[in-house]
Design a protein around this ligand. Structure first.
Ligand code: G1P
Ligand code: ZN
Length: 543
């Protein structure tokens, strides 16, 4: 068989966003669209001969087709070997784990994360480098530039080998090894957490509901929770990945995982509830009658980390994205370690983890993780909580309340305004930026502005600078208002408004968060004129 050189022309807009190139499936169905992007990745990598690549995705519509194309193109670019998850299935954290374990050159993750799937949904492709993490912006920008001048791509005319059966085959000179989607990942989890203690917990009648949201987490939860840890069958619901996620939005938050929330807030609720997203890197943790905010989850994991065997020696540092609440900062202070504040997006944690500056990291968007891989990790976070529950013997809500009593409660909420007209959103941000200089010291409805800026991050390791990472207005009591535009949306612009208010007094830890944050929300609207500029009275989603 031969390697074909196919003439092509550039597509506009192939610039990777917060997390790879996320577009409508209909974009990806255009002839050459996927090929152009993959060719640009391979060309940016340079010489790929003899290298090992990992490929897998969350099983959404177009996953299989894309893998066939990538295998044929990888063969044309001289890769020595591709490791593919069985059936094309690998969660995003599993890709990271497999890259690291097999010392691969890098990997391709096929997912649009929590975005809906199916023919009318979204698809995405992301390149991860040899440390297992998303490629840095330098690389993704170079890929984008390559997409803008592409004229040919190279592809084998051989059919891609079957990747439904575990085993080895070849295409051209390249070896294709189909691996168990879960095995390497499960093995890593067993080294981090106290599996015997969690097994004992389940054996003692502890009940749990894990919602796989018909996404890629299901196979991992089936094997680890119900298999290795002995949770009763039925613990995992919606555990079979579907190409369209059963028509649902596979985002584990109280809005999209309403079914799980209803179960956990009912009278006969299980002891513990959890969910993960499309590609299983996000997680939601729920106790009886209490959904734990992701910022609190990170803080609580950090405060109790030494209860898990893999973290027994303590933490080197914590890192959180800027819009994430400052709850983890309080824990870091108590532990005498640093808490790094990074721009939104997991890629910014990579250098801190590689340099050994941080052990745990997290984002308010239901992402939590550690230095065990270089992606956030939904199943890992759920296992961490199980480990805490087993080690303390306390229920989720007691652990959370005790944490608030010790550190104070950071009331927190994110308001999303989705599919807003892009020009209106940009204008709103510009107008906010223009006000920043005059805000310091201003009294706003009972709050005094401590400082206001457009977040700039200087990476402490490679000193690269990321600008315009979100407008933040920080009050003297630590309360914060943050505005930024989403980098993952596929329709118009999405405005994200993040609100945070600190409350030290345990007698005031039972207020409804939206009520606790109402004053800040009103200030945010006054400053931004969001409602008038966008014509939206209410957020599309509140988490
Ligand atoms: C969103 C989240 C961000 C996360 C990213 C990828 O990005 O806000 O924290 O890293 O998805 O999961 P955004 O759409 O806000 O750019
Ligand atoms: Zn995800």
């Amino acid at each position: 068989m031969t390697i074909q050189t196919v003439a092509t022309t550039p597509f506009a807009g192939q610039r990777p966003g917060t997390s790879g190139l996320r577009k409508k499936v209909s974009d990806y169905l255009q002839p050459g669209y996927l090929e152009n992007f993959v060719e640009s990745i391979f060309n940016t990598l340079g010489d790929c001969s003899g290298q090992t690549l990992v490929v897998g995705g969350d099983g959404r519509y177009f996953n299989r087709t894309a893998i066939q194309v990538i295998l044929r193109m990888a063969a044309a670019h001289g890769f020595g070997k591709v490791l593919v998850g069985q059936g094309g299935i690998l969660s995003t954290p599993a890709v990271s784990c497999v890259i690291r374990k097999h010392a691969a050159f890098g990997g391709i993750v096929l997912s649009a994360s929590h975005n809906p799937g199916g023919p009318d949904g979204d698809f995405g492709i992301k390149y991860n480098i040899g440390n297992g993490g998303p490629a840095p912006e330098k690389f993704t920008e170079a890929v984008y530039i390559a997409t803008q001048s592409i004229s040919v791509y190279r592809i084998s005319d051989e059919a891609a080998p079957d990747f439904d059966k575990i085993g080895e085959s070849r295409i051209e000179q390249m070896q294709v090894e189909v691996i168990d989607s879960v095995a390497d990942y499960a093995e890593l989890m067993e080294t981090l957490f106290d599996f015997p203690a969690i097994r004992k917990l389940f054996a003692g009648g502890f009940t749990m509901r894990y919602d796989g949201m018909h996404a890629v987490g299901g196979p991992y939860a089936h094997k680890i929770l119900e298999g290795m840890l002995g949770a009763p069958a039925g613990t995992v619901i919606n555990g079979t990945p579907l190409e369209d996620f059963g028509g649902h939005h596979p985002d584990p938050n109280p809005v999209n995982a309403a079914e799980l929330i209803a179960v956990m807030f009912a009278k006969d609720a299980p002891d513990f509830g959890a969910a993960s997203d499309g590609d299983a890197d996000r997680n939601m943790i729920v106790g009886r009658g209490l959904a734990v905010t992701p910022s609190d989850s990170l803080a609580i994991i950090a405060a109790n980390a030494t209860l898990a065997p893999g973290y027994r020696d303590g933490l080197k540092g914590i890192a959180r994205s800027m819009p994430t609440s400052t709850a983890p900062d309080r824990v870091a202070k108590a532990l005498g370690i640093k808490c790094y504040e990074t721009p939104t997006g997991w890629k910014y944690f990579g250098n801190l983890l590689d340099a050994g500056l941080a052990t745990l990291c997290g984002e308010e968007s239901y992402g939590t993780g550690s230095n065990h891989i270089r992606e956030k990790d939904g199943v890992w976070a759920i296992l961490f909580w199980l480990n805490l529950l087993a080690a303390t013997g306390k229920p989720v809500d007691t652990i959370v309340r005790e944490h608030w009593t010790r550190f104070g409660r950071n009331y927190y909420s994110r308001h999303d305004y989705e599919a807003v007209e892009s020009a209106a959103a940009e204008a709103m941000m510009e107008n906010l930026r223009a006000q920043l200089d005059g805000l310091k010291g201003r009294q706003l409805d009972g709050f005094t502005v401590d400082f206001a800026d457009d977040f700039v991050y200087t990476d402490p390791v490679d000193h690269s600078v990321a600008t315009k990472q979100g407008v933040r207005i920080v009050m003297t009591d630590g309360s914060r208002i943050v505005f930024r535009l989403s980098g993952t949306g596929t329709e118009g612009a999405t405005i994200r408004l993040y609100l945070e208010k600190y409350e030290a007094d345990p007698a005031r830890h039972d207020i409804d968060p939206q009520q606790a944050l109402a004053g800040l929300a009103a200030i945010a609207d006054q400053l931004s004129d969001l409602k008038k500029r966008t014509g939206r009275e209410h957020p599309t989603v509140i988490t």
